[in-house]
Design a protein around this ligand. Structure first.
Ligand code: ATP
Length: 605
């Protein structure tokens, strides 16, 4: 049996896996170099502890020998007791130091990698977020970073500890007690390495599965609780309970699988150690009888065997930690290597965009999509003008905005601001000039004021209120329990869809952007309020450009120009009057919506 073949040093030098173990340390060498002082102190005290560890068992052996020989005096008992006490206290102190140094420093690595990853996420483009799902990215930011931290913490610790405490204990057994007994007693111990390696691997796999099952159960619970009204309306309670029970059963089964392996650990360790103890008693007993070692030495030796168990187990654990860390490092590295397709030019213009907007896109398709989402879409807006965009769902309204916001660069044609291509501006110069209100408005878990002045927390209350007045939300806000201090978002008060929309518009308006984009942002607001907001905007933003996309014609009818999109093409264009005269889709929609409003009015009356 090749038990010794799995010992650490051998593995470091052999085979493909050996390369993995070395390479993860190499990959992290930048960090170890940066933090070498902390590691040096940590490992130094680790070695001192390893030396101190062998003192007590040896002292106990000496006391026993003195008892056997009848030479023990009170003075020597006090002396030896003091040695044991001092060794114990020093071990306590030094263990504290190395733990602080090694664990604390490894947490630093996690922090550095997490910041890098987060910064990277914020720099990535829409293509990246389409390729990786949010859940996966979150898993990378937690599980993978944790596995890498383990290399810098538990990895370094087990490596240094198994070499120092294993080496020193072995040295003491070999040279200070009896080399023959050491060789015999050590025979079963490498099996501990195998046990911790193999069972550890199995445990980890099963634990991962159990965790995944538990998080699915969590998702399911959340979905069922938040969707309980829909479930009841459709009379689906029975099915839901059935699904829930099946998932609960799955979680229990997977946890049982973890315990099946976990329960094997201790008995296996006891069995192997027991074997080693048995060999020691049989052969050590004979050596004592022969007179080649003393009883005291045998007692010390038995303690040392117990102390050898940890380094042997640690080696197996080390392989697992390094393997997982290496796989995680590769995954994180792959993410960090992803480049955004949106790149700023080296000498990009840094002054904020202003002036006329000229949008001329002859063709655009989303990456990984064969369909052409925009074809020959062009418009020119002078500073201060308003453009309306209408069209069926999926006709390409939001796509125009995504190009304006530089979420995608891969189109043919050009988008110019003041005669300069938007790709020649820095992203900050472009985006700080645009106030964008997306269709699915999002409020942060914070108060109303902070939500409105999100772009710049130093904006005054007066400006916040002006923006809120303009979007007809000011009086609503005053009616909230804490006015502008009222918490909104996930954990805050519940707002109506229209209130959320108006806060989102106020957030875009408060910075007085050069270009304001409202992407179907008035859909949940009633017709009267909509009219008030649009009139206000027209006055306030007479010198600034606005684009409004909407399903409701009333949102765009006062615009300088209106374009009607269908399947990514402009099918009608002109002012409200011109489009009414054209007698096409626009007019039909307008009349239909007018009729609906009238009927609603009658219903309400
Ligand atoms: N990320 C994407 N990848 C591939 N195709 C997309 C993507 N986003 C949108 N599309 C497609 O592009 C077309 C235009 O979509 P867009 O979101 O611009 O429509 P819209 O007019 O804004 O619709 P709505 O009024 O429903 O918001 C649709 O056919 C849509 O399926």
């Amino acid at each position: 049996m090749d038990l010794y073949g799995s010992t650490f040093l051998f593995c470091l030098n052999t085979g493909k896996k050996g390369v993995i173990y070395v390479s993860i340390f190499k990959k992290l060498s930048w960090f170890f170099r940066q933090e070498w002082k902390a590691y040096f102190v940590g490992v130094f005290f680790l070695i001192i502890v390893a030396i101190l560890q062998v003192v007590s068992p040896r002292v106990v052996g000496i006391i026993i020998d003195e008892i056997a020989l009848g030479t023990l005096t009170m003075a020597s008992l006090w002396k030896w007791s003091a040695v044991i006490l001092v060794a114990g206290v020093l071990q306590y102190l030094f263990r504290y130091i190395w733990r602080m140094k090694i664990w604390g420093t490894s947490a630093e690595l996690e922090k550095i990698l997490r910041s890098r990853l987060f910064k990277h996420f914020t720099e990535m483009d829409a293509v990246f977020f389409q390729k990786y799902r949010t859940g996966d990215l979150m898993a990378h930011a937690t599980n993978d970073l944790n596995a890498i931290r383990m290399v810098a913490g538990a990895g370094i610790l087990t490596l240094a500890d198994s070499i120092s405490s294993g080496g020193i204990t072995l040295f003491t057994m070999f040279f200070l007690i009896d080399w023959r007994l050491t060789l015999i007693a050590m025979i079963p111990l490498p099996a501990l390495t195998l046990v911790s390696r193999i069972l550890g691997q199995k445990m980890h796999k099963r634990f991962r599965k159990a965790q995944a099952a538990f998080s699915s159960l969590n998702d399911k619970t959340q979905e069922s609780v938040s969707g309980v009204k829909v479930i009841k309306t459709f009379g689906e309670e029975e099915e839901d309970i059935h699904d829930f029970e099946a998932m609960t059963k799955d979680v229990v089964a997977k946890n049982k699988a973890v315990y099946r392996v976990d329960a094997l650990f201790d008995p296996a360790i006891q069995l192997i150690l027991g074997l080693s103890f048995a060999l020691t008693i049989i052969f050590g007993g004979r050596f004592v009888v022969e007179g080649s070692i003393s009883i005291g030495q045998l007692v010390s030796f038995i303690s040392y065997i117990g102390m050898m168990a940890w380094p042997m187990l640690a080696v197996g654990r080390l392989f697992n930690v390094l393997e997982r860390g290496s796989a995680s490092y590769s995954r994180i590295d792959e993410l960090l290597k992803e480049k955004s397709t949106i790149q700023e030019q080296k000498n990009a213009i840094r002054t904020p965009v202003t002036g006329d907007l000229d949008f001329q896109v002859s063709s655009f398709s989303y990456p990984n999509s064969e369909e052409i989402s925009l074809q020959d879409v062009g418009f020119h807006l002078e500073k201060g003008q308003t453009l309306g965009i209408v069209g069926r769902t999926g006709s390409g309204k939001s796509t125009i905005f995504r190009l304006l916001l530089r979420e995608y660069d891969q189109y043919t044609g050009s988008i110019n601001y003041n005669g300069i291509d938007i790709r020649d501006y820095s992203l900050d110069a472009l985006l700080s000039g645009i106030g964008y209100v997306p269709q699915d408005n999002f409020l942060f878990s914070s108060d109303v004021r902070e939500n409105i002045r999100f772009a710049d927390p130093s904006i005054s209350q007066q400006k916040v209120e002006e923006a809120a007045l303009l979007t007809a939300i000011h009086h609503d806000i005053l009616g909230f329990p804490d006015g502008y201090d009222t918490l909104v978002g996930e954990r805050g008060v519940s707002l109506s869809g229209g209130q959320k929309q108006r806060i989102a518009i106020a957030r875009a308006l408060v910075t007085e952007p050069e270009l304001l984009i409202l992407d179907d942002s008035l859909s949940a607001v009633d017709a009267k309020t909509e009219e008030a907001i649009l009139t206000g905007l027209k006055e306030k933003r007479a010198d600034q450009t606005t684009i409004i996309a909407a399903h409701r014609i009333s949102s765009v009818m006062h615009a300088n120009e209106i374009i009607v999109l269908d399947e990514g093409r402009i099918v009608e264009r002109g002012t409200h009057h011109e489009l009414m005269e054209l007698d096409g889709w626009y007019r039909r929609m307008y009349e239909k919506q007018q009729l609906e409003t009238k009927l609603e009015g009658k219903d309400e009356a």
